[in-house]
Every structure is written in C-alpha cells, then in structure tokens.
Design a protein. Structure first.
Lengths: 109, 114
C-alpha cells in the first residue's frame, strides 16, 4: 500500500531551527509537496520537490532524496506565526496526491 | 474575496438528511477536487473533476456524489448523511498547465451529522 509518515507533533523555540521529516512509500513518484495549515484554516502551498536536493524559499527549505523515499522541511528563525500543521504529500504514478496526516508544530516563546 | 469559496462553512444536520456542499472558484482553473479531513488522518480524496464533463471517483467516494455544473462550480452531495461523515470538507482547484500542480483550497466546510 501507499504510505506517508511524518511525526505527529513537534515543539520548538521562537528564533530556533526545526526540521520536519517525511518518509514515503508510493506507487511511483511525480513530486513531493509541503503545505502549511493553520488551525481551522485551509492548507496553503509551501514547496514542491521533484528532483533530489534542497529547494530554498526564504526561511523555509525543503529537501528530497528519491532513493531513500525521504524529505524534510526546514524552518529557520522560527516565529510564533509558524505554529501550524505541516502536511507532506506525494504525487504517485497516477498523478494522485497521497497525504500524510500532518505534523503539528508548536512554537514556544 | 477568496478565490475558492465554499458554502456553507458550518452545518449541523441529522442522520438521513440530504446535504449539499457547494464550491465556486474565480481562479479559472480546470481541475477541481473534494477532500475530507479527519483528525489524525491525511486528507482523503472523495471525487475530482478535470473538466466540466469529467467526474472521477477518489479514494472514499461511497456515500457521496458530485456535480460539475460549470468550470467554476463543483458541488458535493451526501444523499443520506450518517454520523461517520462528520468531518471537515475542503474543495480545491488546480491548473492543468501549471508545472507543479499546486492545489488551492477553499476555507473548508465543517459538517456535523448527529
């Protein structure tokens, strides 16, 4: 079966760096997405990786290793507004998105 | 105004009632989706449509039906609601010509079935 694994919850301190991991097993691979979802709100797109390596976008970076079925989202200079759930999703060979359950990130002052 | 609008935002209903959730978009995207989100689970695809005359079942279509009335409108119906359909429902759109296939979500419709 297809599976996306990510930690349920993480806690970090304002101003610090946090890495949220995602491992996947899917039928084929056509890209990996990270979305941010604040409580009670809609998910919003953060990043897309289809080739191995690091994609940087401001304070957020996303890394992909296709051979290891692994990705991480790196958040730097954490701010209180970064408290949210972070959803990992993989597009499979049928171009369907398979979603992880999300990682709830709690930022403490 | 939101680019993807869902109505109603909140609905409480009783078992056996028919419910319709509506979605409209001003993004001009051809693809539209309905997902449900439950605590501790990933988003699960109910139905999707790549064009007005195209309807496809997703992972969990049983108990649901959809209608794509126009490119901008995609509605989800529960013919006879049951308590385990209590969830947060999201409509989403994407552009088939976009490189990443990024999804744009509506604000969500919280449905409670008693």
């Amino acid at each position: 079966g297809q599976n996306i694994d990510q930690p349920t919850e993480m806690t970090a301190t304002e101003g610090a760096i946090v890495q949220i991991n995602c491992t996947y097993q899917t039928s084929g691979f056509n890209g990996l997405f990270w979305y941010q979802q604040h409580a009670g709100e809609a998910p919003t797109f953060l990043s897309y990786n289809v080739l191995d390596g690091l994609e940087e976008k401001g304070r957020f970076s996303s890394f992909l290793s296709r051979s290891k079925g692994y990705s991480y989202l790196l958040l730097k200079e954490l701010q209180m507004k970064d408290s949210a759930s972070y959803l990992c999703a993989v597009m499979d060979s049928n171009y369907q998105l398979i979603w992880g359950a999300g990682t709830k990130l709690i930022i403490k002052p | 105004d939101a680019d993807v609008t869902q109505t109603p935002r909140n609905r409480i209903t009783k078992t056996g009632k028919r419910i319709m959730l509506e979605c409209s978009q001003t993004k001009g995207h051809d693809r539209m989706y309905w997902y449900r989100q439950d605590p501790g689970l990933g988003l699960r695809l109910i139905y999707y449509s790549f064009d007005v005359k195209d309807i496809n079942k997703g992972e969990i279509s049983d108990g649901y039906s959809v209608s794509r009335q126009a490119q901008a409108k995609f509605s989800l119906s529960l013919e006879s609601a049951i308590p385990n359909q209590t969830a947060l429902y999201f409509c989403a759109t994407s552009d088939s010509t976009a490189h990443t296939g990024e999804l744009f979500f509506g604000e969500g419709s919280r449905l409670t079935v008693l």
